[in-house]
Design a protein. Structure first.
Length: 123
């Protein structure tokens, strides 16, 4: 991850300050092991699992890299993945990995400060 800390001015989120998931998440609303799909799915597949803030796939599908370092060279992962049991597909579940790790159940989400988004949208 060290070679990709900056993605065109975007950044990876730190440990979530709030729970952005749906308050009624179930295995039917996210891509987890119990579904038996066996791979990643498009980010907008689970329309009924959208968070109250409009965020998709906050639970399941892929573990998401955070910029929070747990120890030197290791970063926190959040959200669970299609390989995870539903019980681990929560923002509060702890997982971390070496920054050199590359796996088919790990990805990332870019975030941007609200001010930058408002400027981009001309608000």
């Amino acid at each position: 991850m060290s070679r990709s800390k900056s993605w065109s001015g975007r950044r990876r989120p730190r440990r979530p300050a709030a729970d952005f998931t749906s308050t009624s998440t179930t295995p039917a609303k996210c891509n987890v092991r119990e579904n038996g799909i066996g791979s990643t799915t498009p980010g907008d597949r689970y329309q009924s699992g959208i968070s109250p803030y409009g965020a998709y796939d906050m639970c399941g599908n892929v573990w998401e890299w955070c910029s929070s370092e747990t120890t030197p060279g290791r970063h926190e992962l959040k959200g669970g993945a299609w390989t995870s049991p539903f019980s681990r597909a929560t923002p509060s579940s702890f997982n971390d990995a070496a920054e050199t790790m590359c796996d088919d159940d790990t990805g990332f989400r870019c975030v941007t400060p609200a001010e930058a988004l408002e400027k981009l949208l001309g608000l």
